[in-house]
Ligand binder design. Sequence first.
Ligand code: UT7
Length: 339
Amino acid sequence: MKSAVIVGIGSYLPPTVVTNADLSARLDTSDEWIRTRTGMSVRHVVEPGDATSDLAVEAGRRALASAGGGGVDALILATTTPDRQVPPTAPEIATRLGLGTGAAFDLSAACAGFLYGLSCAAGLIAAGAARRVLLIGADAFTTMVDPDDRATVVLFGDAAGAVVLRAGRADEPGAIGMPVLGSDGSLADLIQVPAGGSRSRSTAPPSKQPDPGDVYFRMNGRETFRHAVCRMSEASRQAVEQAGWDLADVDRLCAHQANLRILAAVADELGFAPERQLSNIAEVANTAVASLPTLLAHSAADGSLRAGHRVLLTAFGGGLSWGAATLTWPDLPRTAPTP
Ligand code: UT7
């Protein structure tokens, strides 16, 4: 059976930045609170009028270039913030990248979307339905957080990251071990945007219209924190065991950048010293689905992730949804991480 092998990577951050000082100038918060409670200092935000596809196209272009050019048989866009509810965003991205009329679809698994996307790509390749797949994780989360809610607005930034996968052997560098995935819908309300879907319709009569605040993202931070640590640790152990590794064999932990204290708790639970953890949370904050591919791209570019490193990926988000996967980092051309 063919495995999915990473042969290209790229990422994109929109140029406009919002610092902790910018946020504390207009909200009841402080640089000290944000840094000590989250580890974040700066986040990049989409330009007014820009959307998720604009970030995704740039990351996709860079990943294809890093893979040495050429087309793909399928494009998967993992995102929580599609440009529109209808149509899906992936076909437009495929067209803008000049990828023709092959399969292109959106995948929704919140912040775990990149791992669900890897699983889909690996499945398409294993089934012989595709030989090369472009997987993009992109989110413009700042377009759905309440700009006046200090509890959420400080947490998120916008970004896109992408990988090109091709059919190959399981023992090649870059081959993805089939991800461990999980979900728990009994806790769906912990992370949500109440309005806009079929449950709370924007087409409802005036008396049944959602509250204006329901269009914004909401999260029960404390509860989410607890589940994030538990689920990422558990999935990580399973993925490492499935790969036939020990946790001590892992050179780099690449975990969803939701909160530095969550990262520390997961690392502590799994026995990872700081030098074995990758992090860009201070510079990009929580970029949702883009978090893992952006972290991989940035770490490969700055040399903290090198060819031959055994990598453990893990993520957690709304749904609840989570996952973990392993791979040995391949020898890829270095790409610039920022615009
Ligand atoms: O990507 C999807 C997955 N997401 C996550 O995994 C995020 C998980 N949760 C978290 O990262 C943390 O829970 C947060 C960063 C969201 C919040 O940190 P916390 O330590 O759990 O704070 P808290 O919600 O318990 O709030 C503590 C206090 C509250 O004040 P009182 O009630 O103690 O007086 C909040 O009102 O901090 C207050 N607070 C703030 N203060 C200053 C909340 N946000 C802010 C803020 N600035 N931005």
